[in-house]
Design a protein around this ligand. Structure first.
Ligand code: TXA
Ligand code: MG
Length: 334
């Protein structure tokens, strides 16, 4: 089957608390169809990771380029080991410390993982998510689930079922609504296939925490190119809302003073007296709170028809790195 278009499905949204919602999700996944599910980071668009045909439908529904590999979700380290060719002690250490949780580990792939999942590459990213709904579905399925974020390619990731529905309505049969995501930005991706452990995508599990455990660890720098991108989440532009996003520098006050009053503002401070409070988005002062609200806020700006979003500079400090990363990518054009 090919060509999942906008009206292929009459998309259902079911509360994950409905008695039979999980059963329906498991049944559809068993038939090789994609289902949107909540995870603690962002909503994922899941399909049977062992079926090339099922995974094709994810790429079609999202309009995702075939050179961008998917993360394989598992309910345990045991299931992860079945997806990889080798499980080094560093993987054991990371899994014991951070799973279930927002960390994806890149390892050599097992033969059982179809090439389409890894975009033809020889490595696979595995993650054991913490969200109880996702975990329950995984355990009931008994097979791993490939799941990218449940947005159209290059758009802001969804942290609520409604965000998924806005982008993928008609393209998938079912969305399970598990409420707002706790973490709010995508998992940290760490590559264990090189000489030194390398963070390919920053997330709320930071470099410091990984170093404490593994010692020598580096962060990949610069955009990557090539037929199979090492981690396309690293392309300069990604996760973009429709509006132009401007990260203000030191001249924040001046930028604000000059800005057209139609602009939306994302700030750590309460609304300026002269600003429409509907267009001023005051963010929590902790990195965890900010991350939890970030995509939600970008989605709200989109919905309000914002053309320009001004973002106040973030505090310095490594605990803001992943948030800075996502904002920088949202701000880059083209
Ligand atoms: O938190 C998350 O990771 C969410 C939830 C749904 O689990 N998923 C997610 O998936 O963000 P996606 O497809 O939007 O982003 C996956 C990232 C991409 O940057 C991709 O390039 C990278 O992980 N990736 C996947 N497999 C890889 C591999 N074998 N080697 C290097 N990077 C990989
Ligand atoms: Mg994504």
């Amino acid at each position: 089957m090919s060509g999942i278009g906008e009206n292929q499905f009459d998309t259902k949204i079911l509360s994950a608390e409905d008695s039979d919602a999980l059963g329906q999700a498991v049944e559809l996944l068993g038939q090789g169809l994609p289902v949107a599910l909540p995870t603690e980071t962002v909503y994922g668009l899941a399909a049977d990771a062992l079926s090339a045909e099922a995974v094709t439908r994810i790429f079609e529904a999202k309009g995702r380029p075939a050179n961008n590999p998917l993360i394989v979700h598992v309910d345990s380290a045991a299931m992860a080991r079945d997806c990889v060719y080798a499980w080094p002690s560093a993987a054991d250490q990371l899994a014991s410390a951070f799973w279930p949780g927002p960390l994806s580990i890149v390892l050599p792939k097992a033969d059982s993982i179809p090439d389409i999942v890894t975009a033809g590459g020889v490595t696979v990213a595995v993650r054991c998510p913490a969200h109880p709904v996702m975990r329950d579905v995984l355990t009931r399925c008994g097979f791993p689930l490939a799941a990218p974020s449940a947005n159209l390619s290059n758009r802001v990731s969804p942290t609520r079922a409604q965000h998924v529905s806005k982008q993928l309505n008609g393209r998938i049969p079912l969305i399970l609504d598990g409420g707002a995501c706790e973490v709010g930005i995508e998992s940290t991706v760490i590559d264990l296939t090189g000489e030194v452990a390398t963070i390919l995508r920053p997330g709320m599990i930071g470099l410091g925490q990984v170093r404490e455990l593994l010692g020598d660890t580096q962060v990949a720098t610069g955009p990557q190119t090539g037929a199979t991108l090492k981690s396309p989440g690293q392309l300069p532009q990604h996760y973009s809302p429709k509006a132009r996003v401007v990260l203000a520098g030191e001249l924040w006050e001046a930028t604000l003073g000059q800005a057209n009053a139609d602009a939306h503002v994302i700030s750590l401070e309460p609304p300026a007296a002269n600003w429409d409070p509907e267009k001023w988005h005051e963010m929590p002062s902790s990195p965890d709170g900010y991350a939890r609200n970030l995509y939600e806020t970008l989605h709200r700006c989109d919905q309000a028809g914002a053309e320009l979003i001004l973002v106040q500079p973030l505090p310095t400090g490594a605990e803001w790195d992943a948030i800075r990363d996502r904002l920088t990518r949202a701000a880059n054009e083209g």
